[in-house]
Design a protein around this ligand. Structure first.
Ligand SMILES: [Zn+2]
Length: 68
């Protein structure tokens, strides 16, 4: 599980992987990927603002359900 920051040129709505709220993507998007590079989804600015440790702890939950 890793994070990837990408530049984004569209302004469409995305669902946040952590809080499941729709948000409008900004110019920089934070994408959660597996170690193999598969993208799981985007994280909203609000969740990004909670900090990397918080995000990781939320995602541990998520990745344990994926790896089973
Ligand atoms: Zn969120």
């Amino acid at each position: 599980m890793k994070f990837q920051i990408e530049c984004n040129s569209f302004k469409n709505n995305q669902m946040c992987l952590i809080c499941n709220q729709l948000f409008q993507m900004s110019e920089a998007r934070l994408i959660v990927c597996s170690d193999e590079g598969d993208g799981f989804g985007d994280i909203c600015p609000e969740c990004i603002g909670m900090g990397p440790y918080w995000i990781k702890s939320q995602l541990q939950h998520f990745s344990s359900s994926l790896s089973t």
